[in-house]
Design a binder for this molecule. Sequence first.
Ligand SMILES: Nc1ncnc2c1ncn2[C@@H]1O[C@H](COP(=O)(O)OP(=O)(O)OP(=O)(O)O)[C@@H](O)[C@H]1O
Ligand SMILES: Cc1ncsc1CCO
Ligand SMILES: [Mg+2]
Length: 261
Amino acid sequence: MQNAIATIKETNPIVLTVANNVTPADVANGLNALGASPMMSQTPEEADDMVNIAQAAAINLGTLNPHQRGEMEAVMEAAKKYHKPTVLDPVACGATMYRLRVVTELLHQYHFTAIRGNAGEIATLAGVDWQSHGIDAGEGNADLEKVARLAAEKLGSVIVLSGEVDIVTDGTRLARLPYGSPAFKTHVGTGDMLSSLIGAFLVTNDDAFDAAVDAVTTFTLCGQAVEDQRPGYWYPGLLNNLDAVTDEQLVTWQEAFGKEA
Ligand SMILES: Nc1ncnc2c1ncn2[C@@H]1O[C@H](COP(=O)(O)OP(=O)(O)OP(=O)(O)O)[C@@H](O)[C@H]1O
Ligand SMILES: Cc1ncsc1CCO
Ligand SMILES: [Mg+2]
């Protein structure tokens, strides 16, 4: 979509996030700065109503527990019923047997429009050998494009494999997006923010691949364009840029920061 950012700022789509308990404020403020309307809930009893009024839903596995799993299922049931786009953030899904079992079962039960994770998380979903490091990507020598494509083919979702270069693929189309900066790694939860922001962009475009490309491009350029990249200054700068960014500004930044990926 040509005017995805303007559309979000004009229409304020509600993005329901089943958040982890580490970064919910970051996710809410990131969505809010861009112009979307964040909403969080932990109660299965209201999941149907919540999804009904939301335009998209994001599920974050960060601090998964059995109660929250019930909430995730209730939200996904409602998303199916109301035809709302969904995003999964499979935080550290290979780190424990419990997470691996729950994510495997969730992916059997439900289809997600998009899935956003780091290399370790997407490799786990694709069934590729990789040494994750807790919530971080860790190390491996698999070809990340192949890993992302495999996951997309296996799950039928748009995959966003984030990192220094972000890879977006629906199994057929593939984009390598080179924007961003090391500062992203200094703030815990930038991945969680990106996952819920993808939810907002999915509302602007029926083509989930294009929507995910727009989301990644917007978020990473807003972070790269911050003048002072020191951790204590960078994060407020990121929020300032999400607040001020326009579709035109994005093109200007893309031309200024453009590099081969
Ligand atoms: N080395 C890097 N250079 C540029 N951008 C990066 C780099 N590493 C991560 N990013 C950006 O940081 C954001 C979060 O991606 P990352 O892969 O770090 O997620 P994550 O591991 O799930 O993070 P978190 O656990 O903190 O939520 C993405 O927008 C990505 O483009
Ligand atoms: C630090 C941490 N632990 C579980 S979730 C989370 C936030 C990053 O996803
Ligand atoms: Mg993460």
